[in-house]
Design a protein around this ligand. Structure first.
Ligand SMILES: C[S@@+](CC[C@H](N)C(=O)[O-])C[C@H]1O[C@@H](n2cnc3c(N)ncnc32)[C@H](O)[C@@H]1O
Length: 289
């Protein structure tokens, strides 16, 4: 731990913000790498005397902050950490940074299944950092979960996150293309969830540098109209879901109606578009027969 006067630190902080960026990202960096919690940071402005302790030198933190500002590198990748719901997850450039809007998937599941403790089997397709599956496995310790990803590097991170966040054994990871690793679970799933790559090609080309230059293309791009993966997932879902099993999909802001029609065409019932907190039809859900 390195000791520094609060006055010197506050001067340094002001100087960093004068270069650009937002307060939230600098707070994130200071918490993750500097070892100062947000609440301690807030207290400093009313207690400017004395010293504080940092895990890293200010020069080091400054060099990371400048990488964030000048290369548009996401602060989560630079710190190797993302916060999602109440989870602290490892992230590298091999996985998508889990988004706050995706957090709502856990609330959708709770709304459908309540706080029921009875055993059920859920699957996640395209788990990335493992955020969704880990949150569900922790919230429902009696449930069993299986999660896939096409990328073994992403699965290694998801597995590490699961081990760090929990001491349970109710989640297993499989590498492969969408439903392929689930052959032995045909007709057995009570619930399947996916936040697949759904960005249409022309939108992908125009994404901000911070996304396009750093986050994995395989996690974002959904083909010409963005729906390649969603179509495939919906088409094969009836083989794997139990009767009355649920499918929950995240989609692009303008795909809700098309996804709804795809679900209806595949004989799903109770099909509904669910809005995110900004009122965008971000999720489409349905129940198989
Ligand atoms: C949008 S990211 C979602 C990651 C994570 N579930 C989340 O919500 O943050 C999509 C994930 O699907 C995975 N993926 C892409 N193509 C796939 C395929 N053909 N089969 C399985 N997973 C795939 C990517 O590697 C990526 O981790």
């Amino acid at each position: 731990m390195l000791s520094i006067s609060v006055k010197e630190f506050l001067f340094w902080k002001k100087k960093q913000l004068s270069k650009g960026g937002d307060h939230q990202s600098l707070t994130f960096l200071l918490e993750c790498l500097g070892g100062i919690s947000t609440s301690d940071l807030n207290l400093l402005s009313i207690r400017t005397d004395g010293d504080l302790y940092l895990k890293k030198k200010l020069d080091h933190l400054e060099s990371i902050w400048e990488k964030h500002l000048f290369n548009a590198s996401p602060i989560q990748y630079l710190c190797g950490i993302a916060f999602w719901r109440d989870l602290k997850l490892k992230v590298t450039k091999k996985v998508l940074i889990p988004r706050p809007e995706t957090e709502l998937i856990i609330d959708i599941v709770s709304k459908i299944f309540g706080k029921q403790s009875q055993k059920l089997l859920f699957a996640e397709l395209g788990t990335g950092s493992g955020a969704i599956s880990i949150a569900l496995a922790l919230a429902y310790p009696l449930w069993n979960g299986i999660a896939t990803d096409i990328d073994q590097d992403a699965l290694d991170i998801a597995t590490e996150n699961y081990i760090t966040c929990s001491n349970q054994t109710n989640l297993q990871f499989y590498c492969g293309h969408w439903w392929t690793p689930f052959e032995s679970f045909k007709g057995k799933l009570d619930l399947a969830i996916s936040n697949p790559p759904y960005i249409p090609k022309d939108t992908y080309e125009k994404l901000p540098k911070a996304v396009k230059n750093f986050e994995p293309e395989i996690a974002l791009l959904g083909g010409e109209d963005g729906l390649n993966h969603i179509r495939e997932i919906i088409q094969k879902a009836p083989l794997f879901l139990k009767e009355k099993g649920w499918l929950i999909l995240e989609n692009h802001f303008d795909q809700g109606e098309t996804v709804k029609q795809l679900l209806i065409k595949s004989k799903f019932k109770s099909v509904e578009i669910v809005n995110d907190l900004s009122g965008v039809g971000r999720f489409t859900i349905g129940r198989y027969k």
